[in-house]
Design a protein around this ligand. Structure first.
Ligand code: B12
Length: 311
């Protein structure tokens, strides 16, 4: 199959699956590698934050297949999930925001789709650990919201971008300016509703060290800083304040899929930090089926603070 036919096929199947994506030349890599490092050098990013995520920001493009000629960035719609805990004879429903669950399945699906298109013509793909938002906006797949999350038409911020390196030859750079949605120019509802003040008024770049998510994704043995008011917690992990009030999310905001229901006994085990292998079989299966294993490590603190409010 000719290269043009492959590209045509890529966009056709992409659309039929409800995904969106772009192909970009590997010539963009040096620019992408610089994008976050520059902000660090200008001392605009919290240094603890930068060190924690250095592997993403200073990524090294290496593959088993050899020379990288292009990058495929695809994004897939993602829902919120509602998990119900039982505590003190009450139901405590908690949201898990989009993109936390089933990430492996999404990435595997995207990889299978790309492999199906490219392998018969002799091309390879390999997952790329890159700053996804920057790339998505640079190639015109998404635009930034004022909240620093990216938005795709029809999906709002409820999408998971993933990128793959390939040896498929592609020369177009289609590298664009970083863009904020037009809607945000007249809107600052996320700035006002963020309880921690993480979305600044005086600059675009998020104050990550103020973002609730930055703290609640840390391992549970790192207590929340004192300035975080317990009433601010609104999700099992992550936070929905800025996405929930965003007018660009109007169409997706009520997309909530049911998650598991945990009995009082099970809730106790989870808040006590029981590792997945030590859970009773029925609970373990529930946790694994709903892909909750990756974030169990935050439950003792995150769920603990919320359940304390329910006393
Ligand atoms: C580090 C990280 C975090 C950190 C830091 C957040 C942040 N702002 O980057 C923490 C832990 C706080 C976090 C939180 C969340 N994250 Co996060 N995170 C990442 C990660 C690993 C890297 C992102 C990154 O590169 N950050 C560095 C900053 C500097 O980059 P940036 O935000 O793109 O900044 C650019 C712009 O500011 C631009 N810029 C500078 N000046 C200006 C001026 C203007 C006008 C414009 C337009 C642009 C601009 O330059 C910067 C560099 O290009 C990615 C995964 C990945 N591999 O990319 C997920 C990722 C970005 N996160 C994701 C999600 C979903 C979230 C949360 C929504 C989770 C939640 N709460 O539910 C929150 C959102 C917080 C927020 N408001 O930004 C998704 C985003 C999907 C999407 N729709 O965009 C990703 C892609 C992971 C995934 N699961 O798919 N996250």
């Amino acid at each position: 199959m000719s290269e043009n036919k492959i590209i045509e096929n890529f966009y056709k199947i992409l659309e039929s699956k409800g995904y969106k994506g772009k192909i970009v030349s590997a010539k963009c890599i040096p620019d992408l590698q610089k994008s976050i490092k520059i902000l660090h050098e200008q001392k605009l990013l919290d240094s603890n934050f930068y060190d924690e995520y250095k592997d993403y920001f200073e990524f090294q493009p290496e593959t088993k297949f050899g020379e990288i000629k292009s990058l495929f960035i695809l994004t897939v719609p993602q829902p919120q999930y509602k998990v119900i805990f039982h505590w003190n004879k009450k139901e405590v429903p908690l949201i898990i925001p989009p993109t936390y669950l089933h990430s492996r399945a999404v990435i595997d699906n995207v990889e299978a789709f790309l492999t199906e298109i490219l392998k018969p013509a002799g091309y390879s793909v390999e997952f790329a650990l890159v700053p996804q938002k920057t790339l998505a906006v640079r190639v015109g797949l998404a635009e930034y919201g004022r909240n620093n999350i990216t938005y795709v038409p029809g999906m709002g911020s409820f999408h998971r971008p993933s990128t793959f390196y390939s040896d498929f030859p592609y020369d177009q750079e289609n590298w664009q300016e970083l863009r904020m949605m037009d809607l945000c120019k007249e809107c600052s509802v996320c700035v006002r509703k963020c309880p921690t003040g993480a979305i600044p008024k005086d600059r675009f770049l998020l104050r990550v060290e103020r973002c609730l998510t930055f703290h609640n994704e840390h391992p549970a043995d790192m207590p929340f800083p004192d300035w975080i008011d317990p009433s601010w917690h609104n999700c099992l992990v992550g936070c929905m304040y800025c996405q929930k009030v965003c007018p660009a999310n109007k169409k997706v905001i009520n997309w909530i899929e049911p998650g598991p229901v945990f009995s009082e006994e099970e809730t106790k085990l989870l808040v006590n930090g029981t590792i997945v292998e030590n859970l009773p079989e029925e609970t373990r299966i529930k946790v694994e089926e709903h892909d909750l294993t990756n974030y169990l490590y935050v439950y003792p603190r995150n769920l603990g603070v919320i359940l304390d409010r329910e006393q």
